[in-house]
Design a protein around this ligand. Structure first.
Ligand code: F0G
Length: 453
């Protein structure tokens, strides 16, 4: 099959692609979303903003007023912010599942544990397919269909594929999923099956799946919906807008995100910089990225190579969503950390499990990859990077039910069986299910014991 030459939508465009390296501008992103001159990744930029910056007050009130509208494009917590997204000439073109509009919870007990006065969780796991991917997917799938593609494809640790499959199905597109065999949760795999994707479990890891996809898109007319697709990041940007709106435009001191392929940190960082440039916020929060120790490519890139070149790793972690050793958007993430003054930390498997249970004990379920944020916050407080009076927002990226095996193994005490570490610290958080005879006495005894503990 011949290469499919254009990934930019036909018709009037209010945006251009800009190379993050040489800053070359172009109206075509090719099939690999890389600069045709220097090979760096592309991002979307809005040249009109130079002449006629959208007015901050006008934006705020338009976004607020749209919450009262019954139109599908306004009911979407992503398209509600369409003034800072690539323009569509017709709102009917939108593929939406009513994504976004996710809750901001306070976490008083986790705040006490971490040692900060105010701690919030922006729970992106409350999106239609259970993860933050929906925010980017609604935009990227919409533009894929508008550009005339019939097939979309992604490599995934499970959440991108679930989201892509759902949006493709809603939009009448076919989808191809490449996932590492045996390395993603069944819950996520079940989603892409149910939404009708052609699902390939490849005998490799996520990085191997992504490499294969890069070759595939040059040979087949499929449109890549991984987060190197700059339309994805535009959609994911709206999380930061919605968060600031929920905080009444009061800027928190810190936002903490998990880091895998590093698209999300890049998107949220881009949004913060744009919001500052548009006068929506007066200062930047520090955006910090937390990785699992076993998948710490960005941590090592900063520590060992001062952010100049990628130090890739052979990734291993039970937080399978972020089991990524060769993150595609590492340069964008480094830029965001530098621009906002954020930190990059790593946390152990036990720290992740403990943090996840602590968040769960507040009635808020998230997947292990999301819990790295609380585990990382505890470290950043100890290091005095986060000060005792500062306000912190954790970005929870996926729902608890995305990976129930992890949670069940944790509570049954099976998660770290055979591992050398000291697991006793986790015991107070464990709530194993009791298997009992079906008698009142047995249940009463269990209740009494629980009351004492
Ligand atoms: N949290 C969850 C729940 C994820 O699914 C991912 C990434 C991340 C965090 C990391 O975000 O890659 O933007 O730095 N999941 C991708 C996937 C890779 O295929 O579902 P990132």
């Amino acid at each position: 099959m011949s290469p499919f030459p254009t990934s930019a939508p036909a018709g009037q465009m209010d945006f251009l692609f800009r190379c993050i390296g040489c800053e070359d501008l172009s109206s075509d992103a090719g099939q690999d979303f890389r600069c045709s001159r220097c090979g760096d990744l592309l991002e979307i930029t809005y040249p009109d903003w130079k002449q006629a910056k959208p007015d901050a007050e006008h934006l705020r009130s338009a976004w607020h007023n749209r919450r009262l509208s019954p139109k599908p494009i306004d009911l979407s917590g992503v398209w509600r912010f369409r003034d800072v997204l690539p323009r569509l000439d017709d709102s009917e073109q939108v593929i939406t599942l009513r994504e976004g509009n996710t809750p901001l919870y306070d976490l008083p007990r986790c705040a006490r544990i971490a040692g900060v006065p105010r701690l919030f969780a922006k729970h992106l796991g409350m999106n239609p397919t259970g993860s933050f991917k929906d925010g980017g997917m609604t935009v990227a799938a919409t533009f894929a269909r508008r550009a005339g593609f019939r097939w979309v494809a992604c490599a995934s640790t499970g959440n991108t594929s679930a989201s892509m499959a759902a949006y493709a199905a809603r939009g009448g597109l076919r989808s191809l999923v490449l996932v590492p065999e045996g390395k993603i949760s069944w819950s996520k795999l079940s989603q892409s099956l149910d939404y009708g994707a052609v699902t390939c479990q490849l005998r490799t890891d996520f990085d191997g799946c992504l490499r294969l996809l890069q070759e595939l898109v040059l040979r087949a007319p499929v449109y890549q919906l991984n987060s190197i697709n700059p339309f994805r990041l535009e959609g994911q940007k709206t999380v930061a807008l919605e968060l600031l709106e929920q905080l009444d435009w009061q800027v928190p001191d810190h936002i903490i995100v998990p880091g895998g392929n590093l698209g999300n940190s890049s998107a949220i960082g881009k949004a913060l910089l744009e919001m500052r440039d548009l006068g929506l916020i007066a200062k930047l929060p520090k955006l910090s990225v937390i990785q699992a120790e076993g998948a710490n490519a960005l941590v090592r890139t900063l520590r060992e190579a001062a952010g100049k070149h990628l130090v890739s790793v052979q990734a291993e972690t039970r937080a399978t969503a972020i089991r990524i050793g060769n993150p595609a958007s590492w340069k964008k993430a480094v830029r965001v950390l530098e621009a906002t003054g954020g930190a990059c930390e790593q946390v152990s498997e036990m720290e992740i499990a403990q943090a996840k249970a602590e968040i769960g004990a507040e009635g808020i379920g998230c997947e292990p990859a999301s819990a790295v944020t609380l585990a990382g916050l505890k470290k950043l407080v100890k290091q005095k990077f986060v000060k005792p009076e500062e306000t912190v927002v954790l970005i929870l990226t996926g729902h608890l039910l995305k990976d129930p095996d992890f949670t069940i193994e944790f509570h049954r005490g099976e998660l770290f069986k055979g591992s050398a570490g000291n697991v006793s610290a986790l015991n107070p958080l464990r709530r194993p299910p009791a298997v009992l005879d079906a008698t009142i006495d047995a249940v009463m005894r269990t209740l009494e014991q629980a009351e004492k503990s």
